[in-house]
Design a protein around this ligand. Structure first.
Ligand code: AMP
Ligand code: ZN
Length: 457
């Protein structure tokens, strides 16, 4: 398996720290708002990374943290006039509800920053002792000049950071690029006791501690979107090097943005759609299809016309599966033909090549088409097997049993086949009669490039 590693800027063969195991940490939400569909793209992609490792037989530990203390929460608390812990509680629930609604499996752990204060203070003390941190008036900073490898992830060098920094930031710090490990509390802010007085930890420290506590000092994969490369992940690496003299994670994976008219979708630009609102228009599998049709490292523009195409594609999957029916898909163990094994290999090769879901999706497409156009039910089995790896078909039973039992299914398919025969024979009157009569029963036929689909009103 090859993974593109931001740290080395190339695709590398994946070698886990412990054979047979994969430990993954994904930076989670700051819980002061509902998450938007851009965040969802990143969360959903890493859900697929995790599922693919499981499919490959790895024992996966998947952690996604929750940042429940930071400036944004404090601002939101003032805005909503609710105390910070209540703000956190409200949006943690929303986060868990929305991730479930969009079809993301629950993480093995969702550590909250506020539960690891003692360990965070311990790390900062350690950094101070080792000469990587210094205190000024109750704030503690990390000294980037003390870290000889600082900038290794983002490719930035210490001089660039000097030039880019704003003047007022320079006053307390030894170097303008030094970042906050511990922040002194202002009156009324949430605070914890520490050797430097009352305050709270910085965001970068939170993630180092939660990841190492649950996954070990060096773990396999650290993920997020590209906005986290700098400063967040760079600063995590620096703290880990300083405190433990080891590499924080071996593979650093970063997804591209979901854009909106060419610009990053973000809370601060106020150009976002909330995941829960998009889910009112498109279902979870449609959104999944829309994202996975592109490679995770490329950017995607939010586009409802393409989402509608994705919706149709997912419907095509289900119509292919309906033709076979739930019973057969559940009970029969497929014996794949050479063609099917080749398709499976194409899927695996694509996913092994830095998670090329775009190619993987095209295999699902082909399987659906062949399932519809041949009598070989194993194409439908293949569609389910590979689709499930990408997180589709989690509720197959109810989806396939929806509205119709399998006999009705077969009968509708039979009529479609007859209609196609009549069309071939240019017997338009009979072909149209079948379509119109089915319509009277509430069954709509749709002719697509991939064949005839049907759906119930
Ligand atoms: P935030 O709440 O902004 O810290 O973001 C949570 C996660 O979503 C992080 O992994 C970000 O990198 C990711 N993210 C934020 N905006 C986008 C976007 N427009 N497209 C894709 N991922 C994003
Ligand atoms: Zn993080």
């Amino acid at each position: 398996m090859k993974i593109y590693n931001t740290l080395t800027r190339k695709k590398e063969e994946f070698v886990p720290v412990t054979s047979g195991k994969v430990k993954i940490y994904l930076c989670g939400p700051t819980v002061y708002n509902y998450f938007h569909i851009g965040n969802a793209r990143t969360f959903l992609f890493f859900d697929v990374v995790r599922k693919y490792f499981i499919y490959k037989g790895f024992d996966v530990t998947y952690v996604q943290n929750i940042t429940d203390i930071d400036d944004n929460l404090i601002n939101q608390s003032n805005k909503e006039k609710i105390p910070v812990p209540k703000i956190a509680e409200k949006y943690i629930k929303a986060f868990l509800d929305d991730t479930a609604a969009i079809g993301i499996s629950p993480a093995d752990h969702n550590p909250k920053a506020t539960e690891y204060l003692a360990e965070m203070i311990g790390l900062i003390k350690d950094l101070e002792k080792k000469g990587f941190a210094y205190e000024v008036n109750g704030d503690v900073y990390f000294s980037i000049e003390a870290d000889k490898t600082y900038g290794e992830l983002s490719g930035k060098n210490i001089e660039d950071l000097q030039v880019g920094a704003r003047v007022e930031e320079n006053t307390q710090k030894k170097h303008p690029g030094d970042f906050t490990l511990w922040k002194k509390a202002k009156p009324g802010e949430p605070k914890w006791q520490s050797p430097w007085g009352e305050g709270r930890p910085g965001w970068h420290t939170e993630c180092v501690v939660m990841s190492q506590k649950l996954l070990g000092k060096t773990f396999d994969i650290h993920g997020g979107a590209i906005d986290l490369i700098f400063p967040h992940h760079e600063n995590e690496i620096a703290q880990s090097r300083g405190a433990n003299n080891c590499l924080h994670a071996n593979y650093w994976m970063h997804g591209g943005f979901l854009n909106i008219t060419g610009e990053k979708m973000s809370k601060s630009l106020d150009n976002f759609f909330l995941t829960r609102d998009v889910l009112k228009k498109f279902d979870a599998e449609t959104i999944r299809f829309f994202f996975l049709s592109k490679h995770y490292r490329s950017s995607i523009d939010y586009n409802e016309a393409i989402l509608q195409e994705s919706e149709q594609a997912v419907k095509n999957f289900y119509s292919a599966l309906r033709k076979v029916g739930y019973q057969i898909l559940r009970d029969e163990v497929p014996e794949y033909t050479e063609d099917q094994l080749k398709m499976k290999e194409t899927f695996i090769n694509a996913m092994d090549d830095d998670f090329n879901t775009a190619i993987a999706i095209s295999v699902l497409f082909e399987a659906a088409k062949k399932a519809r156009n041949t009598d070989d039910a194993n194409y439908a089995h293949l569609l389910v097997e590979l689709g499930s790896v990408l997180g589709f078909f989690t509720d197959l039973e109810s989806k396939l049993k929806d509205n119709v039992d399998s006999i009705s299914n077969d009968l509708i398919q039979l009529l479609i086949d007859y209609r196609n025969r009549f069309k071939k024979e240019k017997n338009w009157a009979l072909a149209d009669a079948i379509r119109d009569d089915l319509k009277k029963l509430g069954i709509q036929l749709k002719d697509t490039a991939a064949g005839t689909e049907w759906e119930m009103d």
